[in-house]
Design a protein around this ligand. Structure first.
Ligand code: ZN
Ligand code: ZN
Length: 231
């Protein structure tokens, strides 16, 4: 089966993935999505619930969650995920272009951090080029961590950009998922992944504006004295 470990819905302000459409697309493409909205737990009847949690030291994803994690201290947030029996997944950890990527917070080599990590995202379709993915792959290998992939889809057309191919597993059981993921990693790490267009990042910015105001308003240009001087 195909598993996309990183999908957003309209519950993230930077996404316009309506939940009903997402459900239709996932079933059409045979993809099981892990739903990871920013700082929100979106429960659906078709995906595995997760959350992309922003902390004081960058963002990580908690998977198989029952409750939203609100802590902003990274270690406290990680522990809250573990207390629920959830898994810790590192999204785009080496993508310096994104402000909340872990590589910007000098934490990836912290011992206490590393021992809490379950899975590293070694392919994320929203990276501008493949370098951050290569670095994530090396990091996972060096640290003997499990590897996963995600489309990080914020829009319907991004779905299908990345997924793992794993054996069927019990969707309520994170340990079962770890088992099939281990098998996948050992047997040649089967996944599909392609980079999307950088335009998707711009669309996210636009989407934030739409979600905030309820409609798309292009800001009016205001002229002031200084601007006129330069005209
Ligand atoms: Zn986002
Ligand atoms: Zn994301």
């Amino acid at each position: 089966m195909k598993v996309d470990m990183h999908v957003h819905t309209i519950n993230s302000s930077c996404s316009l993935n309506p939940i009903r459409l997402l459900k239709k697309l996932c079933s059409k493409m045979g993809i099981l999505p892990m739903i990871c909205d920013h700082n929100k737990l979106t429960k659906t009847d078709f995906g595995i619930p997760g959350e992309e949690i922003s902390t004081d030291r960058g963002e990580f994803i908690g998977l198989f969650l029952n409750e939203t994690v609100k802590d902003r201290d990274i270690f406290e947030a990680m522990d809250k995920v573990k207390e629920q029996g959830g898994l810790i997944y590192l999204p785009h950890p080496f993508d310096e272009k994104r402000v909340r990527s872990l590589c910007r917070y000098n934490i990836l080599n912290d011992k206490d951090f590393k021992k809490r990590v379950d899975i590293v995202e070694v392919f994320n379709s929203r990276c501008e080029d493949n370098r951050p993915n290569e670095l994530a792959y090396e990091y996972a290998k060096i640290n003997n961590m499990l590897m996963g992939v995600g489309s990080d889809s914020h829009f319907p057309w991004e779905l299908g950009n990345a997924y793992l191919i794993v054996e069927e597993f019990d969707r309520d059981n994170p340990k079962e998922f770890l088992k099939v993921l281990k098998k996948n990693n050992k047997n040649g790490f089967k996944y599909y992944g392609k980079l999307g267009s950088p335009v998707n990042m711009l669309c996210s910015k636009l989407s934030k504006r739409i979600n905030k105001s309820g409609s798309l308003r292009i800001p009016k240009l205001k002229f002031n004295k200084d601007m006129i001087r330069y005209l």
